[in-house]
Design a binder for this molecule. Sequence first.
Ligand code: NDP
Length: 357
Amino acid sequence: MDQTVENVVIIGSGPAGWAAAIYASRANLKPLVIEGDPTSEKNRLQGTIPLGQLSLTTEVENYPGWPAGHTREFLKSALPSEHQPYWAMANKPQPNHGINGPELMELMRQQAKNFGTRVVSKDVVKVDFSKRPFTLTTHDGEQVRTRTTVIATGARANYLGLPSEDSFKNRGVSACAVCDGALPRFRQKGIAVVGGGDSAVEEATYLSKFGSKVNLLVRRDTLRASKIMQQRAKDNSKIDIHWNTELDEVLGDEENGVTGARVRNNKTGDLRVLPVSGVFLAIGHTPNTAFLDGQVKTNEKGYIVWTTTNRTYTSVEAVFAAGDVADDYYRQAVTAAGTGCMAALDAERYLAHHGHI
Ligand code: NDP
């Protein structure tokens, strides 16, 4: 084992992780970010790739400081040319472009690196918080020792748990329209989106650019999405909203993948088949805490609990939690970044108090 003891290791690479890294590196704590394994098939399938959920979205219209405008020129100067996926999009003319999720995350990562943050592209699979310094084990068996840890591993999209859903993952079933929506299999075909929140409307709107029709399956007779998003769905002629409707089964075959969605009206019990080549799930999230193996206290939904109001303290002293992994309520990029900043300040104060810095 490497005998080096880190001051701060940040696990996770969404807005909370990078905000923590920016603050910790500017405080000269020389943080290490373990950002996740970009090559892992499991990460790809469950949507836990590095750079977090924002890397799976399109336009980000509500992150302060990024109004729609001529941002391309700034982005070109702010990121080194090896950055992807920014450079893949850089030459597309989008004069009113604000910022999209992957770009925002690339910028945050670069900002943290500019202040000396070190980044390791691995998954943490095990932690030992019972002894100090703590030990974190990555998927390749390497161990990292640290005095403090910021957990910023976020949350991932839920699936319904139907066997048919599982067997057609990657062949028409997805929880990420931005990752998969542009695939040829969805072009000019029917698509189903399950859910009634902002994510579902956002996914449906995005998919309407590719599919011939998007069927939004909403289990109640109302949308949970914000008013502006509701209006967007209702105004889009390619989106059909099916009220009181649940996905009963994903239909398909070996050769073609998904060919239909059997849906059930939960008021009448009527079943019918919608001809679709894709089924996208947008039904909420689960926090990424499995690797903690119960060593940090969580609430009934599995989200890490802050043990002191307005502090990022967890049930383990010197382990701090930030972002969606500890937030089942706000779940916004800007709130995640805010709590990432708080966690770095909490870690700095802990280290100073114990004479480590
Ligand atoms: P939400 O929890 O807001 O919505 C989940 C939706 O899925 C609800 O409509 C829920 O139905 C439905 N649902 C849950 N379980 C099932 C099930 N088993 N079967 C069928 N439907 C189900 O999650 P979101 O991911 O949409 O949003 C999370 C947060 O992120 C929110 O705060 C949202 O505002 C934010 N967000 C903001 C965006 C933006 O501003 N551009 C974009 C995306 C997300 P029901 O309503 O009946 O419970």
